[in-house]
Design a binder for this molecule. Sequence first.
Ligand code: AMP
Length: 606
Amino acid sequence: MNILVINAGSSSVKAAVIDPATGARLLEMNAERLLDAPVIDFSDGTHLELSGKGPDRAIATCLEALKEKLADTELAGVGHRVVHGGEAFDRAVRIDAGVEEKIAGLAKLAPLHNPVNLRGIQAAQELFPAVDHFAVFDTAFHQSLPNRAKTYALPKALLAEHGIRRYGFHGTSHQYVAAVAAKHLGAETRDLRIITCHLGNGCSVAAIEFGRSVETSMGMTPLEGLAMGTRSGDVDPGLIRYLHEQAGLSPAALDELLNRQSGLAGLSGAGNDMRTILQRSTEGDPDCQLAVQVFTHRLRKYIGAYAAVMGGVDAIVFTGGIGENSPVIRHRAAQRLDFLGAIINEDKNHSAKLSDQAPVFDFSMQHSRVKLLAVRTDEQLAIARQCGQLIAQEDAVNTLPAIPIAISARHIHLRQETVEQLFGKGHELTVKKWLSQPGQFAAEELVTVVGPRNQIERVRVLGPVRSADQLEISRTDEFFLGIDAPIRESGKVENTPGCKLIGPAGTVDLEDGVICAWRHIHMTPEDAAVFGVKDRDIVEVAVGSGERSLVFGNVLIRVSPDYRLEMHIDTDEGNAAEINVGEKGVLRSTSSAGTLRKKRPGELVG
Ligand code: AMP
């Protein structure tokens, strides 16, 4: 299968024909300086000059030249990189008129990018009308940012009216390198907390907690965060008025200043190429030295902050032109992180080189708990793969069984030792009522949970006893108790807060174990085969119909022979969705695998 991947920008068009299964590239095209003297370079060594075409026609002209080169090559689809997907897109989509309209509508959030991306899409649709076109968004991976991370502290009405929030960018790259890093470590992203540092001309950091982006340094626009090639990254917003008043800069001039004249270029006075800046700083240029210091200091600051956000980190990944190629920058960012458990191996950092054959290397000491990795990013391949997956799902149908929904009230699982401390030596939990999940029961025993602000009495203990204590509460409970608990799957209690428990025979101070349960679906391996999912996939479930219909995103699949098919949500979620007893949900899709089975030949779907 060949996918044509197109990245149409304002001054350049890049394209590649890629087999998503192997990553093999049939042809690459790189067209620079579109606005004045476009030159197209092809990977077969040929070049084309396109003088006199004018910027409006430039993208179409490049793609026409590409089409001529492709001659008889059969394409399975065309994937377009689109910078801003706003709230509308949390994954890649097949492009239709509605999608185009939404991309166009998002131009106000990305005026420099979305209109040009759209021009690329429309030009390519005219040239390649027989195949499907797909949009892959830079923002999509970060749609999982929790409210606390995506919200600016501005008046709420203003945020809502103008769609102001943090979106994050470089999502395709962050997601790709995290997956490569996890594979290299013999793990899956869903088991790791990874900080990915994409350091190219644009730079951003992401905190990827168990496979989901929970923080990232770019915000509503790509200007926030790290110091970059020509962008300032974080500045005091008070500076805007100051510069306007003191330097007489208009909004347009301020935008130009912060986006194009700042960052490494602004500080160094030597352009935005890190190679030049490093060379000059070695030769003693104080401006270049300061540029390097500001760049790496801010990067370290973000790494430390994101480790705190996730309550720890398992791997720190460096990618992008700078992250992949500069041992000096990696050294400055990653040295003295021993306190986090990350110990750099300076020899490896300086000697290892990334290549097609070695797209990842580990430059941490063997005994370093946190792995330091350099990973070659490949956004074009990531886009091709996402298109390939969408094509594979093309004929999917949803004829899956409905999933019963149950609302879990707050409850606690205890270890036998804790049971005895709370209820007396030798005490065993007594069954009050068997629950729908085989072997699970609500016990007669109740405990009082004490938080820093309040206490909640009569919290039901669920049996049988477990190997770790775990209190599962709703967000409302959290605020009432005065505890900030992470959303976790059952059993993952490391780095969670604790609380005090009071029972009739004594009290226990739990060091950890308080979680807000990740909404999940229990199912047997047989169910999983029917749904086409595997343990710990993340899916969406539609509930209700008509006006009250609602889709729960980010639903975790749990598979065990001991389970019975049932989706569990907490009381807050049940109330929000007005769920009644006996309500059922319908599985819609997964983010990690094709959920829906392929249409059988001749099958009719109503
Ligand atoms: P990208 O946007 O990912 O292509 O990255 C571009 C940036 O990578 C530019 O600032 C380059 O100067 C930088 N870069 C490429 N190679 C090196 C290198 N060997 N050392 C430092 N920076 C590099």
